[in-house]
Ligand binder design. Structure first.
Ligand code: CTP
Length: 432
């Protein structure tokens, strides 16, 4: 057994749900529980029925110091902490060892046992440490499942290469527990957005015409909500200004609900000058009715003409603040995506714009998205993926650009100070 140990606080306070699936490597999950706890994590173990054939729930209960959950219909475990509470409790799901069967079931979105149900019901990032026969790992079906889970944001840890239970050698071994803990710890540490405040707008806006009708749009709000979750995961304090959507608030996010573009503008502008990053993911309605009728408009047999006024541009207003946050916009286009998005980046004076094509089941109201990320330095394509996986990638790029912009403004301020003191010195030499 390896003698390497993680730093005692490497996973301090992290709530890890450890899913153990069937396979001979299940015994190594015992050491994994011990090491996770040594690193400061709180651990709750979920065993599949097959895993319980290899190691008893009692072993995991003793090691984790917590009741072990093994079935959807376990009354004692449900009474202690129901499975939905458990899904909400988890900040990280780690499946180790993950069998080929478990990976296939996760890729297919099954929810017929406790572990798969928790994976669907939780918003925690999922890490998977596979362990199986080397041919099962190499099989096209397993590799396709792994690729699919990766596009949904799953992190694969291993498998390692080496000798397995059978007299064969190759990829398929469970990564050593200390390496699994080290991998999680390297992602846990001090978060890049710790102490930073991120303001995000999301969803559509509704512009009332009369007491029962409004002008809206198809935005689901999913991308903005996913960005809010990804920003919390990076350590930020997040405020989310949400148009009318039916989405749960990601854990740790402060949400303010608004309806019209003007409500959204007010809520955003009240907070924008004190935030570090503003992400305008809302599909703000461009027009509002000149007047909202006090009573329901009635048919008269003649055509009805609505007089519409243009709404204020929230994103451009945030970018015009002095001092201003780092400003990220979105551009939903049905054609000429790159050219139109670049024009918006320049016109609204943004730092970054995330452009995507909408229409025909793409972008709006869809679960998946793809993004063309444009800044003054160039463009990068983020491949089609689940919106949360995409939002996590987007946040990493935002952090990178935000830090570059901060470093640049530090240099510019430094130069200004040097210029000012040179001017003062020159002025000092001037004869009076
Ligand atoms: N936006 C905003 N306020 C508005 C309109 C748009 O803050 N009144 C923001 C959106 O949140 C998005 C970006 O501007 O980040 C681009 O939105 P989009 O609807 O694509 O562009 P518009 O500026 O409305 O231009 P157009 O409708 O002509 O494409």
């Amino acid at each position: 057994m390896s003698q390497q140990h993680e730093a005692p606080n490497a996973l301090a306070g992290l709530r890890v749900l450890l899913g153990v699936t069937g396979g001979i490597a299940a015994y190594k999950a015992c050491e994994l529980v011990r090491r996770l706890r040594e690193a400061g994590a709180e651990v709750r173990v979920v065993l599949t029925a097959n895993a319980a054939r290899f190691v008893t729930p009692l072993t995991f209960q003793s090691l984790s110091g917590q009741p072990v959950h093994s079935g959807l219909w376990d009354e004692a475990a449900e009474a202690a902490m129901g499975h939905l509470q458990l899904a909400h409790w988890a900040q990280r799901i780690l499946i180790a060892p993950a069998s080929a069967n478990a990976i296939a079931r996760l890729a297919s979105g099954f929810a017929d046992d406790l572990l798969t149900t928790l994976c669907l019901a939780s918003e925690a990032p999922v890490a998977i440490a596979p362990a199986m026969n080397l041919r099962m790992w190499g099989h096209a079906a397993t590799q396709a499942n792994v690729a699919l889970l990766r596009t949904r944001g799953a992190l694969f840890l291993g498998p390692a290469e080496g000798r397995m239970a059978e007299p064969e050698s190759g990829p398929g071994r469970l990564l050593e527990p200390h390496r699994i803990v080290a991998e999680l710890a390297s992602r846990h540490g001090p978060k890049p957005l710790h102490g930073k405040s991120v303001l995000i707008s999301a969803g559509p806006t509704f512009e009332d015409i009369d007491p029962v009708r409004f002008i809206g749009n198809r935005s689901s709000g999913r991308m903005g909500f996913a960005a809010a979750q990804a920003a919390v995961e990076q350590g930020a304090q997040v405020q989310l200004i949400a148009g009318p959507v039916h989405l749960p608030t990601p854990m740790g996010v402060v949400r303010v609900d608004v309806r019209s573009a003007r409500d959204m503008r007010e809520a955003v502008m009240a907070r924008a000058s004190t935030c570090d990053i503003y992400i305008g993911a809302a599909a703000v309605g461009d027009f509002r009715a000149h007047e909202i009728a006090a009573h329901k408009l009635k048919k008269s047999g003649a055509a009805l003409t609505l007089s519409l006024h243009e709404n204020p541009d929230i994103l451009a207003a945030v970018a015009a603040l002095k001092p201003r946050p780092f400003v990220v916009g979105f551009a939903a286009e049905t054609q000429n995506v790159e050219a139109y998005a670049r024009a918006k980046l320049e016109r609204k004076k943004l730092d970054l714009i995330a452009a995507n094509q909408v229409g025909e089941g793409r972008g709006f109201d869809a679960c998946e998205n793809e993004i063309l990320l444009i800044s003054r330095d160039g463009a990068e394509r983020l491949a089609r993926a689940d919106k949360l996986a995409l939002a996590r990638q987007l946040l990493l790029r935002i952090i990178e650009k935000f830090e570059m912009a901060k470093a640049r403004s530090g240099v510019a301020k430094g130069k200004a100070v040097v210029r000012r003191s040179a001017t003062v010195k020159r002025a000092g030499k001037r004869p009076r």
